[in-house]
Design a protein around this ligand. Structure first.
Ligand code: NAD
Ligand code: DAU
Length: 351
């Protein structure tokens, strides 16, 4: 049994689906179902006794304590977070609450539970983090290695950096068996359409403008979400305690090139009678404090754990665009807000 937090979000739901496709070890999935959490992502697990969904908040210490005592997991895989940089600029409080206080709460609950375990050495606390904690790179700089200084620039990345430091300290001070992964930008199925790639797909299909921040020459390093999930499984299985592992696919691309790639795939797979989708590209005001370039040096996880991504960007982005074309109901529910109905119907039951 493992406890996953944030397993109704983009990466967490892909992780849970992959985990249960690969084996039979059950998952307790603790998720607060914020706007980013969507039970429809897990619809294929309905009735599957290996998946136990719990609607709740990681800042709720009593709830986390009770889940650990009841299910006795051998590991916690911690995805739950506020994850969108633009939202962190407009409302940083939720990021400090969930990413910092929530991680602290989980660490304290994990420490109390772990200290009572007979086999302490077997337990793992895997913290899922981001390359954004390292800050921004110049065009000629080497990619981020694990020993790169922390220089977070947005409220989101600062809150993730703080959580990474807490995880590190709980290992050094208390001996909690922790692992941290720092991954680059993910894309793939179930990606909430506020992030660049899914936003461009759904806006293009709706004939809406494709907003490119500033000159569009900012660089991100893109990894297909299921490759991130396989990297996390590799670290959970074989990572050295207290270590951090960067995960990335050596795939740096400028935003404007990503947008043109998405448009070209849509032109091929679902052409618009109005003409090429690139006609919708619109340069808009830049994001404040916008990091110019991220790039991951993934040699440590490759060398120590033999991990490699299965997808190239060409194969992964084609699968992604096809997934959105094949799931108009998912997109429609997210856009209309209907995916929140479960929360509305069940919220009082939680209290
Ligand atoms: P997401 O926003 O899609 O999902 C976050 C999930 O956490 C949602 O299901 C939400 O309901 C849940 N959640 C939020 N606050 C909670 C709380 N207080 N208690 C319980 N659940 C809560 O995020 P994502 O893109 O899937 O990212 C998952 C993790 O991976 C995050 O920690 C993020 O920092 C990290 N990460 C993301 C990327 C990326 O490209 N998306 C890259 C590297 C690392
Ligand atoms: O690097 C990992 C990080 O990647 C994760 O930790 C974050 O959770 C995840 O949201 C992502 O952060 P970014 O800010 O890089 O992702 P986003 O999709 O928001 O933006 C990608 C790039 O595209 C970024 O340079 C901003 C730009 N952009 C984004 C949006 C939403 C646009 O030009 N237009 C847009 O409308």
């Amino acid at each position: 049994m493992i406890l996953v937090t944030g397993g109704a979000g983009f990466i967490g739901s892909n992780f849970v689906l992959d985990w249960l496709a690969q084996g039979d070890e059950p998952v307790v999935n603790l998720d607060a179902l914020t706007y980013a959490g969507n039970r429809a992502n897990l619809a294929s697990l309905q009735g599957d006794a290996r998946h136990h969904f719990v609607h709740g908040d990681i800042t709720d210490r009593a709830l986390v304590d009770s889940l650990l005592a009841k299910h006795q997991p051998r590991a916690i895989v911690h995805f739950a977070a506020e994850s969108h940089v633009d939202r962190s600029i407009h409302g940083p409080g939720a990021f400090v609450k969930t990413n910092v206080e929530g991680t602290f709460t989980l660490l304290e609950a994990a420490r109390a539970y772990w200290s009572g375990l007979a086999d302490k050495a077997a337990f793992r606390f895997l913290h899922v983090s981001t390359d954004e904690v390292y800050g921004t790179l110049g065009a000629q700089d080497a990619p981020f290695a694990e020993d790169h200084p922390y220089e977070p620039n947005s409220p989101y990345s600062a809150s993730k950096a703080a959580s990474d430091h807490l995880v590190r300290a709980w290992h050094h001070t208390y001996g909690l068996p922790v692992l941290t992964t720092n991954c680059s930008n993910n894309y793939g199925p179930y990606h909430f359409p506020e992030k660049l790639i899914p936003l461009m797909i759904v806006n293009a299909l709706a004939g809406k403008p494709l907003p490119v921040y500033g000159d569009g020459r900012q660089i991100r390093d893109w990894l297909y979400v299921r490759d991130h999930c396989s990297g996390i499984r590799a670290v959970l299985a074989g990572g050295r305690l207290g270590q951090t592992y960067n995960i990335g696919g050596w795939n740096e691309m400028a935003n404007i090139d990503i947008v043109h790639t998405v448009c070209a795939l849509l032109d091929e797979l679902q052409p618009s009678p109005e003409g090429p989708y690139a006609r919708l590209i619109t340069h808009v005001t830049d994001r404040p404090g916008h990091d110019r370039r991220y790039a991951i040096d993934a040699r440590k996880i490759e060398r120590e754990l033999g991990w490699r991504p299965a997808e190239t960007f060409a194969t992964g982005i084609r699968k992604t665009v096809q997934w959105y074309l094949q799931h108009p109901d998912w997109v429609q529910q997210v856009q209309s807000g209907a995916y929140r109905d479960w929360v509305a119907a069940n919220y009082s039951a939680r209290a």
